[in-house]
Design a protein around this ligand. Sequence first.
Ligand SMILES: [Zn+2]
Length: 89
Amino acid sequence: MATYSVVCGRCPFCSGVTKVEVSSPEEASAVLAWLADDPRTRPFVQDAFPHFTLDDREAMISASHGECFDAAVSPWGTRGRESFPPEEG
Ligand SMILES: [Zn+2]
């Protein structure tokens, strides 16, 4: 199945381009329309694109890469939520 990349912006953490992959030109248009819409009045991303992954949604909302966002918000760095350290002692 063909995929279409939609550029969401630049990651505030690593300055890399952030994209989401969609499966149709129509969906690519819907993503672009959502991005261009007024953030105060547009629907929540999880309502507009319920099948998107968390990383896709983060890219849409803040243009952050999922792994960069995790590294920034987690004290244990990249993918901290999946590599939770064992209890001390
Ligand atoms: Zn990044």
